[in-house]
Every structure is written in C-alpha cells, then in structure tokens.
Design a binder for this molecule. Structure first.
Ligand code: GRF
Length: 196
C-alpha cells in the first residue's frame, strides 16, 4: 500500500535561507516522509517567494488568518514549518494544527527567546550578554512564543571578533540549515505514521 507523504506548507517572511535549506534537502533525498507543496508569506516582497518559484513550489501571500486557514485546508496540508516567519500565529491556527507546527529559532531556547527576540536581535542580545556558545533550536509551536516542546538543538561557538551579522551567518550555516531539514523529516515521518 503506498503511504502518502505528509503534505508540508512552509511559512516565511524574509530572505528564505531556511526554506532554501529545506528545498535543497528535499531535492537531495534527505526529506522523504514529507513533500513541501506550498509556501505562504505575510510579506509579498519576501525573497523566499522567489526561491519557492525557482523550485516550482506554489506560493501564496496572506494578511488575514482566515485566508491562511482556508488555503491550508484547500491544499490538505498536514504540517506547517515556520522558517523565518515573523508573525505570531493565533490559538485558532495552533489548535487546528496541534503538534504539527514546528519553528526554527536562532538561539538555544530558553536563552534569548520570546517576545521581541527574532532575527538579528537574538544575536545582538547574545553578544551583549557575552555568551561563549549559542546555536539554534527547532521546537513545536504552542501559544507561548518560542515556548513549545524542543525537538532539536545545535550549539555554535561565539568568536571574540563576532558582530551580530557574522554570528547570524554562522548560526545559520552551522545549525539552522542542518537542524530544520532533519527535524522536518523526523516530524513528517511521525505524522505520516499516525496519519495512515
Ligand atoms: C533566521 O535567523 C531564522 O532563524 C529566523 O529568521 C531568520 C531569517 O531566516 N527565524 P530566513 O533566511 O528567512 O530563513
């Protein structure tokens, strides 16, 4: 019996380097239990949408959550991956996809997370504090910003000469772009088992 792949929607807001890592992993056969069938963004200018188009993946732009929920239902989405997505999802969406939404955060939660802690600000805070090690976390999404169960983490050294920009780049290269595809495959496989 052919077991259907978990249908994945990736939500983005910006450059889409994490989306790119997911698409590259799918192409390289490192994501096999799920298929990225849709990319959604709250930002029509997001370069991530160009990356989706280059990979032949459908995309849509939304402002209201009702439109998001309609599209997810229409496309029979099983799993949502937040990859640089900057809006907070309402309890409505979170409940509708309980245990099936994951997010990548560019720090080792519980450090440098929660309200207002996103993108470059995370690395500014890490450098300000003077931590010697930071990294990235993939976690399930619940109603507390960056509060859901941790799925995976990867540590990255902070160097004395680091700026927020150099640190962000290293955390992306050495942690985010490795962790997110691995976690996406693992959770997609779990959903696929439960789904069939
Ligand atoms: C990344 O640092 C990611 O961890 C955070 O948003 C930043 C931009 O991600 N959530 P991307 O290049 O748009 O994937």
């Amino acid at each position: 019996m052919s077991v259907e792949k978990t249908r994945i929607c990736v939500l983005v807001s910006g450059g889409g380097t994490n989306l790119q890592a997911l698409l590259d992993a799918q192409k390289a056969g490192r994501i096999t239990s799920g298929k990225i069938v849709l990319v959604g963004s709250n930002n029509p200018e997001a370069y991530a949408l160009t990356r989706a188009a280059e990979h032949g993946v459908d995309s849509f732009v939304f402002t209201e959550e009702a439109a998001l929920l309609d599209k997810l239902a229409e496309e029979e989405i099983d799993m949502i991956v937040l990859a640089g997505f900057l809006k907070i999802l309402s309890p409505n969406v979170i409940r509708a996809y309980e245990g099936r939404i994951i997010n990548i955060h560019p720090a080792l939660i519980p450090s440098f997370c929660g309200k207002g802690c996103y993108g470059l600000h995370v690395h500014e805070k890490a450098l300000e504090y003077g931590v010697k090690v930071t990294g990235a976390t993939v976690h399930f999404v619940n109603e507390i910003p960056d509060g859901g169960q941790i799925i995976a983490q990867k540590a990255v050294d902070v160097l004395p000469e680091d700026t927020p920009e150099t640190l962000q780049k290293r955390v992306m290269e050495q942690a985010e772009w490795i962790l997110l595809p691995e976690a996406t495959e693992a959770v997609a496989a779990e959903i696929r088992k439960g789904k069939n």
